[in-house]
Design a protein around this ligand. Structure first.
Ligand code: NAI
Ligand code: MG
Length: 366
């Protein structure tokens, strides 16, 4: 059977950038003989409009059955005043929760043509290629007790950082597996100096390493020092594994080493299934960008690179993934720029669809 892919384009620029990804999926089918069983469905505001819920049970069941889900973006001003229980992002949260996507991969890859877009100097970021693995389903965003209580005559806001050994071990495994596909190097970040969960994190990551991944080079760093090192000399890292809270911040920080939001892909992975493929959802980091939706201005590259991640991590097509990444590199080197990439050095302004066509043409020439 062909590998199966569920496309949930969502709202705003989601369907616009997804249209470009579909051109690339078609290219693989016709030019490389690599066909996918593609189905499409609704998520977010468009699902609410059609069904009164941001994700139907039927769509959820489809997501659980396919090899990979590719999502565009959800949300928009039209839905801002909906009840919390049916807000567009609840659809995304339900997908993450029911697919148990505990490992969030956020690459920070600096294409040479965009090195001047970074908030850092060119020599610090040119050629940068690292991945932050963020634990996504536990930690302080979920721990109990939580809430705002009254103590004496004032209010107290409470959140709890809580990690079980198995939660740490599974995301550590995911990072070590990733490292084996890359350069065999992992840096784990926590605050073992001041947090109990950090002490356990460091111990469990080390134990998983010593038992099953002794071939991978492992180091540990306090997360605050890690933030410093990420801006001082990011190329010292390859794979970074960290908890939900630190990963949220460190991945946003790393994102700005590389330039535009329109360039950033992500993968969220769960437990490997019987066929070895992890449950997986791929999506650009950006949202539905209502300010530019419907104008042909959106940069499709983040979504295209998310599909490249699917090729690599769900379908074991690493060489084909690199082919897509090189095609992106090529169009950028040729000076093609959607509006978000237009810097002082100029370039050739292109629309969403012209950018997608150019990537396909570069694939053809590869
Ligand atoms: P956003 O990422 O949609 O937009 C932030 C800024 O970046 C905007 O100026 C936008 O035009 C620009 N931008 C984003 N993606 C771009 C692309 N591919 N090409 C060119 N420019 C791009 O974040 P914002 O404005 O905070 O949120 C807008 C809506 O998206 C909200 O409803 C929010 O809830 C939702 N959202 C959804 C996410 C998801 O589906 N995973 C993630 C973040 C926000
Ligand atoms: Mg964030």
């Amino acid at each position: 059977a062909n590998p199966s892919l569920l496309i949930l384009a969502g709202d705003g620029i989601g369907p616009e950038v997804m249209t470009e990804v579909k051109k690339i999926i078609d290219w693989f089918g016709t030019k490389r003989g690599i066909a996918f069983d593609v189905s499409e469905d609704l998520v977010g505001g468009c699902a609410y409009d059609a069904h009164g819920t941001p994700l139907t049970d039927a769509t959820m069941a489809k997501a659980l059955a396919v090899d990979a889900v590719l999502l565009g973006a959800v949300g928009g001003p039209k839905y801002d005043n909906l009840d919390f229980s049916v807000k567009p992002e609840r659809g995304l949260l339900r997908l993450r929760k029911e697919m148990d996507l505990y490992s969030n991969l956020r690459p920070a890859q600096c294409f040479d043509a965009l090195a001047d877009f970074s908030s850092l100097k060119r020599e610090i970021v040119a050629g940068l290629d690292i991945v932050i693995v963020r634990e996504l389903t536990s930690g302080i965003y979920f721990g109990e007790p939580r809430g705002i209580i009254t103590e004496g005559n004032e209010r107290v806001g409470i959140n709890t950082q809580r990690y079980t050994e198995s939660e740490i071990a599974r995301v550590a495994r995911s990072a070590f597996e990733l490292a084996r596909r890359r350069n065999n190097k992992v840096c784990s970040m926590e605050k073992a100096n001041v947090m109990e969960s950090g002490i356990l994190w460091r111990q469990v990551v080390q134990e998983v390493h010593d038992k099953d991944y002794p071939d991978v080079e492992l180091s540990h760093m306090y997360a605050d020092a890690g933030a410093m090192q990420l801006t001082r000399w990011p190329k010292q890292f390859d794979v970074i594994v960290t908890d939900n809270l630190f990963g949220d911040m460190l991945s946003d920080l790393a994102a700005m080493l590389t330039g535009s939001l329109g360039m950033l892909p992500s993968a969220s992975l769960g437990a490997p299934a019987a066929n070895g493929r992890p449950k997986a959802l791929y999506e650009p980091v950006h949202g539905s960008a209502p300010d530019i939706a419907g104008q042909g201005k959106a940069n499709p590259i983040a979504c295209i690179l998310s599909f490249a991640m699917a090729l690599r991590y769900s379908f074991d097509l690493g060489d084909e993934a690199s082919r897509v990444e090189q095609a992106v590199e090529k169009v950028l080197a040729d000076g093609l720029r959607t509006a978000d990439l237009m810097g002082p050095e100029g370039g050739t302004p292109v629309s969403t669809s012209a950018m997608g066509d150019a990537v396909v043409a570069a694939l053809d020439a590869s």
